[in-house]
Design a protein around this ligand. Sequence first.
Ligand code: FE
Length: 234
Amino acid sequence: MNIDALSKLTYGMYVVSTIENGKMNGYLGNTAMQISAEPNMVAVACSKNNYTAKMIESSQLFSISILNKKLSKETIKTFGYTSGKDADKFAEAKYTLGDTGCPILLNDTSAWVECKVVNTFDVGTHLVFVGEVVNCDIVDNKDLMTYQYYHDTFKAKSPKNAPTFRGNNNNNIQLNGDIIMETKKFQCDVCGYVYDPTVGDPDGGIAPGTPFQDIPEDWVCPICGVDKSNFSEA
Ligand code: FE
């Protein structure tokens, strides 16, 4: 058996949300699908370690926001790398409340589906919630985010525009034997983001060409928000 075959399955990207006793929460995930047309049924698979899963078990409600390729680092950080236990993920979010009272995230969302849970299956590490569609709508027609595109965009280990002008010592870029640019990459232990000095982090104020050790100490991972101490050599 080649277990890598499973990584060839294709997915989209979603934020699945719920509300329980007035508390809203949601998580970034890749498993959501329609499983019946009459009645309209969808299913989401949710890790048992996920706080939102425990809330859905209790509320029996969830919404799926179908994300587009404009997916921002802010949405990834909030819904993918923050726990709803200690943060209000919806505090800064754009959202609406559905017919059931369930929150529906609207940031970077091209369509949404609101559901009532009709069945729950314990399938091992995850719970599968089967939901009957209560309401759904299209927000815009932007290109949709896929799991593959997400990984390529936010966790790419080697940027497509990597310079071809490379020396042979430690991968550093050299000119006449002098190191003119450190190219050692560092990876976030939390989310997998790779800092590439040749690219820098322009959105975070780090110019291309800045070695990792020269980044100011108050810089944080652009994806998950942890500080430099959480990075290791890639
Ligand atoms: Fe990170």
